[in-house]
Design a protein around this ligand. Structure first.
Ligand SMILES: Cc1ncc(C[n+]2csc(CCOP(=O)(O)OP(=O)(O)O)c2C)c(N)n1
Length: 770
């Protein structure tokens, strides 16, 4: 539905004036006496507050950095005030601010504007300092943030889709609101920096990081407890322990609170100090020169040693968690007041005078000048149009360019290179291959033509995957391209996200569908949203391989037979493929890899485990579940666009639509019915998102009878969407559906009691024909 553009809306109610009483005044009121007092500046003591001071005089940064620090901090604070006033006037939509956290501007000044940064939501100071550092006018960074608050379409990264800190020119990668979810990706970017160097120049993205870049990732003290954070830090230490380069500067901004829940005193230091593989530095956030020096020392360490460093930065939270948070409901007034005394902005105001950089009068003028800059930016921001249609909202979500994908999908390496990656024999000369073999050969072929392709996951390297799908690839492609990771699915996906955003083409394997759920947010919240929240400025091409679905013999139980796909199908923009037959798998996989490379698509390939090593279709020894591997000159003819089904047979009496294991059952039933003179055609969906509704509709109309075979569960299974889509598209023939029971899959033969069986398919088919 279209909403009125800003030009058509009622005149603005916001009288932008940041001075005087009103929302947000609580963020600056305590600073007015500080400004008035500046004639006799007290010099802050580094040691007086119980935080051990480790900031040696030798590490002190150049005092000249105090001015850019002050400007960034002032602008950030006034933007926080503005956010609350805009909200009150219904012209702004986000009031989580940075007040009390502005010491993070020192981290920006300690790093380079080309160092990738993934930031905590209280990073106004960092963002504005980096914007200036990159040579942009002060007003530009301020306007970026103001546009974000106003949800303006012209905001430079999310385009009004979210309030984030991000900018491709500043190497700031936008974060989501899910605390700590950016940390696995941050690790992945740090991990990818060294790998990027090995790419040929033509494959390097415009976002290619400098070879000596480090990655900055910040988060709050409560977020540090999140399993995603502990997993990412653990993985960074695990990697560093083995000598893997991880130039990662983790910044824990410790304000002692997670909304209303206090962090136990000393907890952050207890978690991170003295940890193997992690350099720990801390700063009390009281003396801006000390903060600059500590931040610089921490950044230099990460850059030089290519090791993870944790900078523990003491912060305070001023003005509650967000504008809507009534802090007095859970905190004592005295505690709130004592925070104000530790305001880092007050410390910087004093320091610039104490170090002779500005006179008190000049400081007061700067205070007013920056405030006025913010007012100008806000006035401008609220005049900008906002998103006005669903099409506009969704434009960057998952762009598709099928022709370019098709061209990319059929590229082949020269024969010499193919022989190197395949070993002695080219796959087209191997005879008929199983599903597992055909996936293996396809991965090698794409690796031969795409130097950025990386395979990673638990056991994919030396062992070649739990089902042997990646067997031999590490030996032939090298250990830097086929990587055994530690046992943590969030890290597997995080490494892939970080390397994808860095221009590589990651193909992570999640060992079983059931274990994707551990790490699902990395796909849902991080991978799939990146283009949406960055207007396509950042992308994470990704092809996740997931051995899954049920019907495994000899390895039973739910967790190795998970048949739930709803969790993937409802992620906007995600491509979900399910290649069941070796005749299709190479082309489907090549399309996914090409879609990732060309469009930055996020793809999940669900590989039916039970069919990996199957050889036969109707009778023992018939080889009906094997297929010859096509030589490169046939790839064009065999190309499979995203969302295109395949029809087996052209029987006139009944259409069965299925996928995965259901395809094999449907084909077997079709063969038996054909022997009785009943003509069946079987449609293999091949793609579970987007669903090939048009293809199925065409085939269903051809017979007037459609049996939907869904091996996933009746509730939330694939067929719910399929049947809805067909009815909406106007199918009015006879229709029946069979699906698995709404149960987890039990061990042993009992599995058959809740799964769709071949007999079920046959019975339903006969009923429909009767
Ligand atoms: C995974 C997740 N759970 C819950 C929330 C809701 N939430 C938003 S901020 C926050 C507190 C975070 O505290 P901390 O990490 O200390 O950062 P601070 O806000 O204090 O800077 C919570 C629980 C969330 N955003 N993400």
């Amino acid at each position: 539905m279209a909403i009125p553009s800003s030009a058509e809306r009622a005149p603005r109610r916001l009288e932008v004036d940041l001075d005087g009483p009103g929302p947000g005044e609580e963020l600056v009121a305590h600073l007015r006496p500080v400004l008035d007092d500046l004639t006799a500046p007290p010099h802050p003591s580094a040691d007086a507050d119980g935080w051990p001071a480790e900031n040696g005089a030798g590490e002190r940064a150049d005092a000249a950095q105090l001015l850019p620090l002050l400007d960034a901090q002032l602008a950030s604070r006034w933007l926080d005030v503005a956010a609350r006033r805009m909200r009150a006037a219904d012209e702004g939509f986000y009031t989580i601010g940075s007040a009390g956290h502005e010491a993070n501007a020192a981290v920006a000044l300690a790093t380079r504007p080309t160092d990738p940064a993934l930031l905590h939501y209280r990073s106004g100071g960092f963002y504005l300092a980096r914007s200036r550092q990159a040579g942009r006018a002060p007003r530009t960074g301020i306007l970026d943030v103001a546009l974000g608050l106003a949800a303006a379409r012209d905001e430079p990264i999310a385009g009004g889709r979210h309030k984030v800190f991000g900018h491709p020119d500043l190497a700031v990668i936008p974060q989501t609101s899910t605390i700590a979810s950016h940390l696995p990706r941050a690790l992945g970017v740090a991990w990818a920096i060294g790998r990027q160097q090995r790419l040929p120049a033509r494959l390097r993205t415009p976002l290619r990081w400098p070879d000596d870049a480090l990655v900055v990732a910040s988060f709050g003290d409560a977020s540090a407890n999140h399993s995603t954070a502990t997993g990412a830090v653990n993985a960074a230490c695990w990697s560093a322990r083995q000598g893997v380069a991880v130039p990662l500067l983790l910044v824990c901004e410790d304000n002692g609170l997670g909304i209303s829940v206090p962090t136990p005193p000393g907890w952050i230091a207890a978690m991170f100090a003295g940890r193997s593989g992690l350099e720990y530095r801390r700063d009390e956030g009281r003396d801006p020169l000390a903060t600059l020096a500590t931040a610089r020392a921490a950044a230099d360490y990460a850059r030089e040693h290519r090791m993870p460093v944790l900078l523990h930065l003491a912060c305070v939270r001023i003005g509650g968690h967000a504008g809507s948070d009534l802090e007095t409901a859970y905190r004592q007034p005295a505690d709130i007041a004592s925070e104000l005394e530790r305001d880092p902005l007050a410390a910087t105001l004093r320091a610039v005078v104490a170090h002779g950089l500005l006179t008190p009068e000049q400081v007061r003028r700067r205070w007013a000048l920056v405030r006025d800059e913010v007012v100008i930016a806000i006035r401008e921001a609220i005049r900008h149009p906002r998103l006005g249609s669903a099409e506009e909202v969704m434009a960057p979500l998952a762009p598709r360019t099928p022709a370019a994908v098709a061209e990319c999908a059929v590229r082949s390496a020269p024969e010499g290179e193919r022989r190197r990656v395949h070993g002695a024999q080219l796959p087209e000369d191997e005879g008929r291959l199983t599903l597992a073999q055909s996936i293996n050969r396809t991965l090698a072929d794409v690796a031969a033509v795409e130097p950025g392709l990386l395979l990673l996951g638990e056991d994919v390297g030396r062992k070649g995957g739990v089902y042997g799908v990646t067997r031999g690839l590490q030996r032939r492609l090298g250990a830097s391209r086929v990587v055994d990771t530690l046992l943590d699915e969030q890290t597997v996906l995080g490494l892939a996200l970080g390397s994808g955003i860095s221009g590589l083409l990651p193909v992570p394997e999640i060992q079983y569908l059931a274990y994707l759920h551990n790490a699902e947010d990395q796909l849902r919240g991080e991978a799939a949203t990146l283009q949406f929240f960055s207007g396509g400025a950042y992308r994470n091409p990704l092809v996740v391989r997931v051995p899954g679905l049920a019907y495994q013999k000899g390895f039973g139980g739910h967790f190795h037979n998970d048949n739930g796909l709803a969790v993937l199908r409802d992620i906007p923009g995600l491509v979900v493929a399910c290649p069941a037959h070796p005749r299709d798998a190479p082309a489907v996989l090549r399309t996914c890899l090409a879609a990732a490379a060309v469009d930055g698509s996020v793809c999940v390939v669900v590989e039916p485990i039970a069919l990996y090593h199957e050889r036969d279709l109707a009778t023992a020894g018939d080889g009906g579940w094997t297929a010859p591997y096509a030589a490169p000159d046939h790839w064009s003819a065999q190309h499979v666009p995203v969302g295109a089904a395949r029809t087996w047979g052209d029987g006139p009496d009944l259409t069965i639509v299925a996928f995965g294991n259901g395809l094999r059952m449907a084909l077997r039933v079709g063969i038996r019915l054909r022997d009785e003179g009943i003509g069946v055609r079987v449609v293999d969906l091949r793609w579970l998102a987007p669903l090939p509704i048009d293809d199925v509709l065409r085939e269903a109309r051809a017979t007037g009878r459609l049996l939907v075979v869904d091996e996933t569960r009746a509730t939330g299974g694939v067929s719910e969407g399929l049947v809805t889509g067909l009815l909406e598209a106007g199918f009015d023939g006879r229709l029946a559906r069979i699906a698995g029971d709404d149960s987890f899959v039990p061990l042993g033969r009992a599995a058959a009691l809740v799964l769709v069986s071949e007999q079920d398919v046959e019975d339903a088919a006969r009923l429909l024909l009767s």
